[in-house]
Design a protein around this ligand. Structure first.
Ligand code: ZN
Ligand code: ZN
Ligand code: ZN
Length: 98
């Protein structure tokens, strides 16, 4: 029996949130201002591993609505901080290093 794992598709980059796949949308607009998104950093974790929520690798960019993403404006959890993406993020393709 083989099980097919389905990964949700990211609203920003339209890729499946598979392990090791970073979001390719590098910038986000908050209250009319463009910010660089905060990459997934090793925050007090002993070993590198992919993000538990969106599967981005260390150093990658989180996918849409990931609970680990930090807000580039206020520095707290992006999905709850209230700054929110006021507008759709701006994709800058090809900027994320493979
Ligand atoms: Zn994405
Ligand atoms: Zn994530
Ligand atoms: Zn914020």
């Amino acid at each position: 029996m083989s099980e097919t794992i389905e990964y949700p598709v990211c609203e920003y980059c339209s890729q499946e949130r598979k392990p090791g796949v970073s979001c390719t949308v590098m910038k986000i607009t908050i209250q009319g201002q463009e910010h660089d998104r905060v990459p997934y950093a090793n925050e007090r974790r002993p070993e590198p591993h992919d993000c538990h929520d969106c599967n981005t690798p260390l150093g990658g960019i989180h996918h849409a609505n990931c609970d680990m993403e930090r807000c580039p404006k206020c520095g707290t959890q992006f999905i709850t901080c209230g700054c929110g993406p006021g507008e759709l993020p701006v994709a800058t393709e090809g900027k994320y290093p493979e």
